[in-house]
Design a protein around this ligand. Sequence first.
Ligand SMILES: [Zn+2]
Length: 352
Amino acid sequence: MDVDCLNDNHNVVALAKCPVCSSQHTSTRFSLSAEQAAQHFILSEGNSKRNLELATHIRNLWGGRDCAVRECEDCGFGFADPYVSGDATFYNLAYERSSYPGEKWEFERTIKELSSIEFHAERVLEAGAGFGYFIDKIVDTYVRRTGITALDYSNEAIRTLRSKGYIARQEDLRNADLVEGFDAIFLFQVVEHMDGLDELFDRISYLLREGGLLFIAVPNPKRIKFNEQNGSLLDVPPNHIGLWSPVAFQMLGARHRLRLDLHETEPFSLSGFIKEDIAYSYLRRSQRKGTMENWSRRLRSASYGKLIGAVFAALSAPRRVNIWRKAAASSDELGSSLWVKFTKMKSKGCQT
Ligand SMILES: [Zn+2]
């Protein structure tokens, strides 16, 4: 299994349709087998049983052995083909625990926007709310606690959200039992995991009042592609299945009375990039059998295992310096997140 040799198409269908604009003009970023995808999430050499179970599950999700990761030449949307999102079984197998960062640039950027328009809401909704770190920042200032509804899949997140006094539901936004008329909906680092895009945007549009706002943040496609082209981690399905461009957001929104008003990329942090690059390039190399990194990650459960991993990651640092220089030279476009703001329009005739 060699994840560095992912450029050859296996048995993938050549004519895939873009899930956003239906174009068939696509190129292939890479393709991979279910086994290669499983190795990205759970190292076979570290936990062969779980790796095998995960590979089998991914194959079932895909309905076959292979998946191609494509890019639409018309709207710039990157998408897994087959375009199928991970389910609860996938996430339970692929990740040992879920983590929710307390601070994200998109939180601050959204609050800056809410402040600049003197936003005040009766009701807002966040999907994929985690422990509620974003809504903690807007409660009482922009909306009352009782006006906040939060969705998440995790039991632990739901318990935490309820303990904070929010209305919390363990449901999918597309079919959650919700009353329409929200003043704003927030989805941070959620949409890139989801299929059923027209159903999703149709539902969001239905749930928002006219003039209501939609804020979304996703990984910045330029950062993801830079990483992939420079020996860092691949953006592997079925975790992330969509790689969003502003044009793709604009096109999908326009079909559902959602006008794209703003899009912005997170400012680049060189120190943040270097830290991520050391970790991700180590993880990428560790996916290959026979590498020192692969060997070192098998020892992770030993008491000194983490230390060995850190030493191997640090040893690679000198080899990465040119990549960091290259990233610094394109720093204006390589921030981590892409943030967008939409407004729900009155009628189809009002779209721009
Ligand atoms: Zn497209």
